[in-house]
Design a protein around this ligand. Structure first.
Ligand code: PLP
Length: 451
């Protein structure tokens, strides 16, 4: 097999360390330790170069929604590569996969959203959104509306534009971010920041921070507010129920555009096709990527409301990527959407496996290290704490216990991620009840070992 023909792991690791610079990685630290080498995958299970089988409770990077090893996706890619491996969608041409995928996305999106601008990734799509909302206001005769409000701890990508939208201070510290005109407000993280307030009061207060920011900047200068329906990479922060209704009231009151970043939440992750549906949001633009193709091909995009599309369509939009609407990526995404739909995967997350995972996941709060457990559909997190009653953080060494837990999970052949002292799951949406049991059992054992 492929595994037995592999060079020894240590040799591969040394070659990797010599030539490969990894994203979001301290290169010298990794060189010392050696990267884990993933060689193949099937369903929810990864295999590494040592022959270990590992339960992937992160669906790769929150993206392999239909699971690994789907032959239909391989065949869709091969068919399209043979037929038309590439053609651009610039300069008055198009092709059938882009036509069919945009049509299908318009069917799945909320009623008022029927146009799609394609990109190669979520980062690119959010860069599109920055330019699109500013161009929209310019074309409407309000060119002073350039400010975009986002949230601290948000993740919207790693390009200079999308990284500026994001609220990761460690990213801003490198390479000249944020770009001008991007402003951040606090996130609705009740566990860490809610103090003595009830979750609902706190949710409302954090939403009202948006109104305060709009008034501070001047309502006539604000173009848009961007947020993930449920903040993902920031630690799966599920907002209190009061949060989104209040945000919706505020964006409506000031007539600013709402961009829902659905890169993680989209395509079934929260139990509906879009997180906006789950959270009751009416966006003007939705950013999509990841689960759109289940990660089998790089593709992203912006689904746009009829109103925004009409205004933008009134002039040439000088923006696009070589791989906007890449035919192979579009063909794979279409097939992926067919699988999600015809196999009832989104419905099963909402009605069956999602509720089962929720019940098991919430039982982790019985572990001495675990404060709260929050989960929507198939994205969840637990907060690690030395004292549940006071919701204390591991102050002096924030993140260390989370890191230790993640390492113990890794040793127990379970991929979970940590963000500070929160541990995250976001498994393939096809995970079975038996696999959920294995996930929880390995997570519990790893928590025990981290104490
Ligand atoms: N938006 C959100 C909410 C994300 O989680 C991510 C990636 O994790 C992105 C945007 C960026 O997408 P990409 O990594 O495809 O550029």
């Amino acid at each position: 097999s492929q595994i037995t023909n592999l060079p020894p792991t240590a040799e591969l690791q040394a070659r990797d360390a010599r030539h490969h610079l990894h994203p979001f990685t301290h290169a010298a630290g990794l060189a010392e330790k050696g990267a884990r080498i993933i060689t193949r995958a099937e369903g929810c299970w990864l295999t590494d170069s040592e022959g270990n089988t590992i339960l992937d409770a992160m669906a790769g990077l929150w993206c392999v929604n239909v699971g690994y090893g789907r032959q239909e996706l391989v065949e869709a890619a091969a068919r399209q590569m043979a037929e038309l491996p590439f053609y651009n969608t610039f300069f008055q041409t198009t092709h059938v996969p882009a036509i069919e995928l945009s049509e299908r996305l318009a069917e799945l999106a909320p009623e008022h959203m029927n146009r799609v601008f394609f990109a190669g990734s979520g980062s690119e799509a959010n860069d599109t959104n920055i330019r699109m909302v500013r161009t929209y206001w310019d074309l409407k005769g309000q060119p002073e509306r350039v400010n975009i409000i986002s949230r601290w701890n948000a993740y919207h990508g790693s390009s200079v534009g999308s990284g500026s939208l994001g609220g990761m201070k460690g990213m801003h510290a490198q390479g000249g971010m944020p770009i001008p005109g991007i402003h951040h407000i606090d996130q609705p993280n009740w566990w860490a920041e809610g103090g003595d307030m009830s979750p609902e009061d706190f949710g409302r207060a954090r939403a009202q921070a948006l109104e305060e920011k709009i008034l501070e900047l001047g309502p006539d200068t604000v173009a848009a507010f961007i947020a993930e329906p449920v903040q993902g990479a920031g630690g799966v922060i599920v907002p209190p129920e009061s949060y989104w209704p209040e945000v919706s009231r505020i964006v409506e009151k000031y007539g600013i555009l709402l961009i829902a970043d659905e890169v993680i939440c989209g395509f079934g992750r929260t139990g509906n096709w879009f997180g906006s549906e789950t959270m009751g949001i009416r966006p003007d633009i939705m950013t999509i990527a990841k689960g759109l193709s289940s990660g089998y091909q790089p593709i992203g995009g912006s689904i746009v409301s009829d109103e925004v599309a009409e205004v933008i369509g009134g002039a040439e939009f000088n923006h696009g990527y070589t791989y906007s609407g890449h035919p192979v990526a579009c063909a794979v995404a279409l097939e992926n959407l067919r699988i999600l739909d015809e196999e009832g995967i989104v419905t099963r997350v909402r009605t069956e496996t999602g509720p089962y995972l929720k019940q098991k996941f919430e039982s982790l709060t019985e572990h001495p290290l675990v404060g709260e457990a929050k989960i929507v559909g198939m994205m969840g997190s637990i907060a690690l704490t030395p004292d549940k009653a006071s919701r204390a953080a591991f102050a002096a060494d924030a993140g260390t216990v989370g890191y230790l837990c993640r390492e113990r999970c890794f040793a127990n052949n379970l991929v979970m991620r940590h963000v500070g002292d929160r541990m995250i799951v976001s498994p393939p949406l096809v995970i079975s009840k038996a696999e959920i049991d294995t996930l929880i059992e390995r997570a519990w054992r790893s928590l025990d070992e981290a104490m």
